[in-house]
Design a protein around this ligand. Structure first.
Ligand code: ATP
Ligand code: MG
Length: 565
């Protein structure tokens, strides 16, 4: 990836690594991994972890593995694996030949477990799930030892073998590490290493009916891959002593070091796979790649760029403190990136017919319009102009209030790249009073955008030529939730969904140059925002555009107005 012209990042994790490099702790090696469980599509929170792990590897000349952490067969699938592979690649990162699966380590992990039994450091426990919880105690109360804790090594070996052979029912027996039921850290009170699950695994099929727990599998998978710095989120802080305990007890080399950072929380959305699965399952959204979703596939379809997402991840940085990041920050990163990259074109979302009375019928002019105001390398396109145009309905008002500067009876405005036009009348539906058509005259002297007599207009509006424009569907997106923190509101998070999060406009008109637009092409529709051709629903002759983001932060404006009131 191109890391040029960005200065090296610095944060508390990189400080730790700098120190390790100085002291030669891992022989100067840096090896990280991104370890998603394939039980959902990756979201923007995962992007933070991806950028961190791959970014650190790149910065220190190390490596970063992609590891599918698939130790819990329920809910995992190949579809999710594929989404992870696709999205991490799309973000711009490369694991070369280091794509690994925790399920490939099942044999090795099983051998490690047997080794711990032999050492007297693991035992088969016959307590049920509820009893185990009860025996574990609480933060303020010590735990109690399981009556099965002192079984002989032989008995444990035999029972564990029979667990593996499928002789026992789910929930009847587990393998536990023998640590300390009095530990102040509840995680260390004889944690479960293996449980029986008679569930088909998407990769190993029915070869196994016992599956390792995360805490046991993760540290050993890290060690097997030669990971030096095992970066994870804060909720694993209490698990770090256990991570170290397994590595020490088994005396494995190398000894990776777990470092925790605060996960990303983003306002007006949820970043939890379980919650996202619920939205998909209930049909609240159209799927994992719905442009309203905070998933990477949703953001991609919405038109976000990998560059903008990486920029966002750099700007938020990493820390040890939980916080809620404002969605507006992400949107601004997207805006800044697209401002450089997106060609400008004109589209009318809610068309209103304009007839220019003094423009000859049948005449067509071809205006040569640049694609970008600054970047001349983007070239230009031809925009036809003729007697009948479409403008936005809300760029015209029959009885405008004082501060309305756009088109109204008797008012003159500039057409973008075109003439001054003046409204001389309206045609209305006699029954409803609805304005069907605006009648205008144009000033042929103003094609340069200025009047030779120096008279000024207050507004420039966009337009398309009615006969030359193409039909299109446009989808406008708003926040998925009405409140900044849908999980903190007391009620079920789905209560806070924004009923207006999607508006579909089916009668839009776009300029003819967009006949060439291909799925995933991005544009700025002048005055309206950035848009992308939808990769799923666009068909030849029926283009669907998703609004990626508005041109300005309309939410900030609303907040300002609110403050003034
Ligand atoms: P979820 O809460 O969405 O189920 P998870 O942590 O269970 O997420 P994993 O597949 O285990 O999902 O995550 C893979 C990696 O991404 C882990 O290292 C995890 O710490 C990290 N990660 C997950 N969510 C976030 C987040 N919101 N911010 C930063 N990192 C995250
Ligand atoms: Mg997890």
């Amino acid at each position: 990836m191109d890391e040029s012209n960005s200065s090296p990042l610095s944060d508390f994790i990189r400080d730790i690594i700098d120190e390790d490099m100085k002291t030669g702790k891992h022989q100067g090696r840096v090896a990280t991994r991104f370890p998603p469980e394939p039980n959902g599509y990756p979201h923007i929170g995962h992007a933070k972890s991806v950028c961190l792990n791959f970014g650190i590897a790149a910065q220190y000349g190390g490596t970063c593995n992609l590891r599918l952490d698939d130790t819990d067969p329920s809910g995992e699938s190949m579809e999710y694996v594929e989404s992870i592979i696709r999205d991490v690649k799309w973000l711009g990162f490369d694991w070369q030949d280091r794509l690994y699966y925790a399920s490939d380590y099942y044999d090795k992990l099983h051998r490690f477990a047997v080794q711990l039994i032999r050492m007297g450091k693991a035992y088969v426990c016959d307590l049920g799930v509820d009893e185990i919880r009860e025996y574990r105690g609480t933060l303020t109360q010590p735990g109690r030892e399981s009556p099965w804790r002192n079984r002989s090594v032989e008995e444990n070996l035999s029972l564990f073998e029979r667990m593996r052979a499928g002789e026992f029912d789910e929930g009847t027996r587990v393998l536990r590490a023998k640590i300390d039921m009095n530990s102040p850290n509840v995680t260390m009170r004889d944690p479960i290493m293996y449980r029986i699950k008679k569930v088909n695994h998407y990769r190993t099929g029915d070869s196994w009916c016992i599956y390792p727990m995360y805490d046991f599998a993760h540290c050993l998978s890290d060690s097997l891959e030669g990971i030096t710095h095992s970066i994870c989120t804060l909720e694993f802080e209490n698990n770090r002593p256990l991570y170290d305990w397994f590595l020490e007890a088994l005396n494995v080399i190398p000894r990776p070091q777990q470092i925790e950072f605060a996960r990303l929380n983003l306002s007006f959305t949820v970043l939890s796979k379980r919650k996202l699965i619920e939205l998909v399952g209930k049909g609240v959204v159209g799927g994992w790649d719905d442009p309203q979703m905070p998933t990477l596939s949703g953001m991609r379809r919405r038109g976000y760029t990998p560059e903008a997402i990486r920029d966002f991840c750099e700007r938020i940085g990493v820390s040890k403190n939980d916080s809620l990041i404002d969605m507006a920050l992400l949107e601004n990163c997207v805006r800044e990136d697209l401002n450089e990259k997106a060609p400008r074109v004109m589209a009318v979302l809610r068309p209103l017919r304009v007839v220019i009375d003094n423009y000859p019928e049948g005449r067509v002019e071809q205006f040569d319009c640049p694609y970008h105001p600054k970047n001349t390398e983007m070239g230009s396109r031809i925009v036809p102009f003729s007697r009948v145009l479409y403008i936005e309905q809300d760029d015209f008002m029959e009885n405008p209030p004082k501060k309305f500067y756009r088109l109204a009876p008797g008012r003159e405005v500039r057409l973008r790249y075109g003439y001054y036009i003046k409204c001389v009348g309206v045609a209305k539906n006699p029954d409803t009073g609805e304005v069907l058509e605006v009648r205008c005259t144009y000033d042929p002297e103003t094609q340069s955008g200025f009047a030779p007599d120096g008279r000024k207009v207050d507004a420039t509006i966009h337009w398309v030529s009615a006969a030359h424009s193409l039909p299109a569907e446009v989808r406008l997106y708003d926040r998925l939730f009405r409140v900044a923190d849908p999980l903190g509101g007391g009620a079920d998070f789905t209560e806070y969904l924004n009923p207006q999060s999607l508006e579909v406009l089916g009668t839009c008109r776009v300029e003819p140059s967009l006949a060439e637009a291909m799925p995933e092409n991005r544009f700025q529709f002048e005055r309206l925002g950035y848009f992308i051709v939808d990769q799923v629903d666009s068909r030849r002759g029926n283009r669907v555009f998703n609004r990626t983001v508005t041109l300005r932060d309309s939410w900030a404006k609303i907040a300002e107005k609110g403050a003034k009131r």
